[in-house]
Design a protein around this ligand. Structure first.
Ligand SMILES: [Zn+2]
Ligand SMILES: [Zn+2]
Length: 255
C-alpha cells in the first residue's frame, strides 16, 4: 500500500492511496486541475481513480469535487447524511453510503469508516486495509474519541491532523469565538493532541506518521514535526515522520 498527499492544510486537502489494482482519492479540496497534475506527478491519471472517499463537506475537502466529478466517472463514498450536500455539488455522480463502524470493500481495499468529532455533517475518518497493511486517516477532529483508539490500533501508516500550536493560536489575533471553535471538541487537533493520540496507539509496526491539515497561520511544519518528534523520542519509537504541505506534493510513502 502507498499514499501520496497532493495537498494538505486548512486551505485544501486531497490524498491518493493505492493498493493492488485499486487507487482511491481521499477528499477533493483542491482544484480538479491540481488533482490531475498531482496524480500525474505520482505516475497516475484521473482515469486510474476507482473511488473518491470524502471525509466531510467543508470546502477545503470538497472544493474541487464539482469539476472533478464531471471529468472522472467514479463512485463517491460518503456518509448517508452527507449525500444531500454533495448531491448539489456533484448531481450526476453515483454515490455509495458509508456507515461508521461498518467495513466496505472497494476494489482491493477493505475500508472502515470511523466517526470523528467535527462541526460537519456526520464527518468520517478511515482505516484503509489491503495486503495485510492498515493505514489510518484521521483529519478534522476536535478530540480523540473512544472509538478511534481501538480502530487505529495496529496501523502501520498514520495520516493525522496536527492543525495548530496552542501558543500560536492564542497569539494569532483571531476572534475569540473562532479560537474557541478551533480548539473546541468539534474543531481541530493541536500538535499536542496529535502527539497524545500517537502515544495511545504507538506500536512496534507503526512505521510512518504523516502530519496533515496544518494551519498556515497557527502552525509551521517545523513546529508540528518537533512536537511529534519529541513524543516519538520519548517513546523510543523509530517511526518515520512526514509533514504534508499545501503547496507541495508529499510523494509516495510506501509500506
Ligand atoms: Zn479541513
Ligand atoms: Zn473541516
Amino acid at each position: 500500500m502507498k499514499i501520496a498527499v497532493l495537498a494538505s492544510s486548512s486551505r485544501g486537502n486531497a490524498s491518493v492511496i493505492t493498493a493492488g489494482e485499486t487507487t482511491l482519492l481521499v477528499d477533493a479540496g483542491i482544484s480538479a486541475r491540481r488533482i490531475k497534475l498531482g496524480l500525474e506527478a505520482c505516475g497516475l491519471s484521473l482515469g486510474d481513480i476507482h473511488g473518491i472517499c470524502i471525509t466531510h463537506e467543508h470546502t477545503d475537502h470538497v472544493g474541487g469535487l464539482a469539476v472533478l466529478s464531471g471529468k472522472v466517472k467514479t463512485k463517491i463514498y460518503c456518509s448517508r447524511y452527507l449525500r444531500a450536500d454533495l448531491k448539489s455539488l456533484a448531481p450526476d455522480a453515483t454515490y455509495a453510503f458509508l456507515e461508521p463502524g461498518t467495513e466496505v470493500r472497494i476494489g482491493d481495499f477493505t475500508v472502515l469508516p470511523i466517526s470523528v468529532s467535527h462541526d460537519a455533517v456526520d464527518p468520517l475518518g478511515y482505516v484503509f486495509k489491503a495486503d495485510g497493511v492498515r493505514l489510518g486517516y484521521i483529519t478534522d477532529t476536535g478530540c480523540i474519541t473512544r472509538t478511534m483508539i481501538p480502530a487505529l490500533q495496529g496501523v502501520q501508516v498514520l495520516y493525522l491532523e496536527s492543525n495548530y500550536d496552542q501558543d500560536m493560536l492564542y497569539d494569532s489575533g483571531r476572534p475569540q469565538d473562532l479560537i474557541g471553535r478551533i480548539e473546541g471538541q468539534w474543531g481541530h487537533l493541536s500538535n499536542a493532541q496529535a502527539g497524545e493520540f500517537v502515544r495511545q496507539i504507538a506500536h512496534r509496526d507503526l512505521r510512518h506518521i504523516i502530519l496533515a491539515h496544518l494551519s498556515p497561520e497557527c502552525n509551521t511544519p517545523d513546529c508540528a514535526a518537533a512536537a511529534m518528534q519529541a513524543v516519538l523520542d520519548d517513546l523510543h519509537h523509530p517511526a518515520t515522520l512526514h509533514v504534508a504541505r499545501q503547496a507541495e506534493l508529499l510523494p509516495w510513502v510506501q509500506v
